[in-house]
Design a protein around this ligand. Structure first.
Ligand code: PLP
Length: 394
């Protein structure tokens, strides 16, 4: 018999199939747009994080092309050796100004920004107090740090307080929450957590991946939205979602940023962005300043679509953002809902364990500024038909 030391992987994959959690990747044949061809079918796309349509914005395309012509396609090194180009430094200056902090540092992704930061600023004697629904990159960073991890129930600030109160005086502690939770679309309890952090001398950190470009003046994020400037020590953002390109960043004090440049492992050991990525991000920041109507339209579309799903009678959870889940509970049903919507010309991804807790499987919808009213009405009609067909709607 042929030796197959990886045979157990097939067993695990079969288990996923049995639970209805096996997913074939859907492939876009065209650009990332509100209506685009996926798996050779033109569909209304409700699964993209391209909140403002910047992935195809002419100004971003132009600046990226110009950077390729002037500066080439790669950066050639990690940041700490020869991979820091003037355009990276310019982007970091702009991001610090955007977030109203002293300094900022860019990482290859939001994932590496979170994981690299949490893992480097904390060590084995420290404690991390984390919302149970925080992003995987925070969880991985926490594990890598070797700090003790204490999880509080979602948005339960009283529970977080009980954890913090139980720690020895002077215990170095990080309080951490997502700004917007990516699978539920609700907001982290940032104001109350910031009060708690101040009362007990904790470090306060927010992951604003889904909030930057969406919440706050010109999309500055939840710290701006809640009026908490100067009270959140570590702000992570992504350049991959509303900004429309790729990357992550940390904004905070000069001391924090200098430390990350010396200790955050993705910064030290993985090559920096191609200059075209930095150029496109700079153009995106210009667009956030000069075209505030994009964010206004995003919110108009959000209100319209969310109200439509609620009126139809779907369980949309506690969403307060352009992310609206349609929660059905059973994973196989969520995947079936997603597949039938796709047949009807709407792409909304089904999501199950481990991305969301067992029993809360859902189809997640995200509207963008660039969806037309007609596209959103088309999608609501598809939800009506499929929701009725599958017995989700009464
Ligand atoms: C998407 C996401 C990230 C990761 O950002 P990338 O730039 O895609 O790596 C981190 N945190 C949250 C909450 C996210 O939703």
């Amino acid at each position: 018999m042929r030796r197959d030391p990886l045979g157990y992987l097939s067993t695990d994959l079969q288990a996923l199939r049995d639970q209805g959690l096996y997913r074939r990747l859907r492939v876009l044949d065209d650009e990332q747009k509100p209506r685009t061809s996926i798996d050779h079918r033109v569909v209304v796309n409700l699964s993209s994080n391209n909140y403002l349509g910047l992935t195809t914005h002419p100004k971003l395309r132009e600046r990226a092309l110009d950077a390729i012509r002037r500066l080439g396609v790669g950066s050639g090194s990690v940041r700490t050796i020869a991979g820091t180009m003037a355009i990276h430094v310019e982007l970091e200056r702009r991001l610090a100004a955007f977030k109203r902090t002293e300094a900022a540092v860019v990482f290859q992704s939001g994932f590496t920004a979170n994981a690299g930061t949490v893992a480097s600023i904390l060590g084995r004697d420290d404690v991390i107090v984390s919302d149970e629904l925080n992003h995987a990159s925070i969880i991985d960073g926490a594990r890598l740090s070797r700090a003790a991890i204490k999880v509080f129930p979602h948005r339960d600030v009283a529970a977080a307080r009980r954890i913090v109160e139980g720690l020895p005086p002077g215990q170095r502690t990080l309080l951490i929450t997502d700004g917007v939770f990516s699978m539920d679309g609700d907001l982290g309890a940032l104001p109350a957590l910031s009060d708690l952090a101040e009362e007990f001398g904790c470090i306060m950190m927010v992951d604003d991946a889904h909030a930057s470009g969406v919440f706050g003046e010109h999309g500055r994020g939840t710290v701006d939205h809640f009026g908490l400037h100067g009270r959140v020590d570590v702000q992570v953002g992504t350049l991959s979602k509303a900004v429309g390109v790729l990357g992550g960043y940390v904004a905070g004090s000069r001391g924090l940023i200098e430390f990350l440049c010396h200790r955050a492992r993705p910064f030290l050991f993985s090559t920096s962005h191609p200059p075209a990525v930095a150029a496109a991000c700079l153009a995106a920041l210009d667009v956030l300043e000069s075209e505030p109507e994009l964010i206004a339209r995003l919110w108009e579309n959000t209100r319209f679509f969310k109200a439509g799903l609620v009126r139809l009678g779907f369980d949309t959870g506690a969403s307060e953002s352009p992310i609206t889940p349609v929660i059905v509970g059973d994973a196989a049903l969520a995947m079936r809902l997603s597949d039938r919507l796709f047949d009807k010309g709407v792409f909304a991804q089904g999501i199950g364990f481990p991305t969301v807790p067992r029993g809360t499987a859902r189809v997640r919808t995200i509207v963008t500024a660039t969806h037309t009213r007609e596209e959103l009405e088309f999608a609501l009609d598809a939800f009506t038909a499929v929701g009725t067909e599958l017995g989700i709607l009464g």
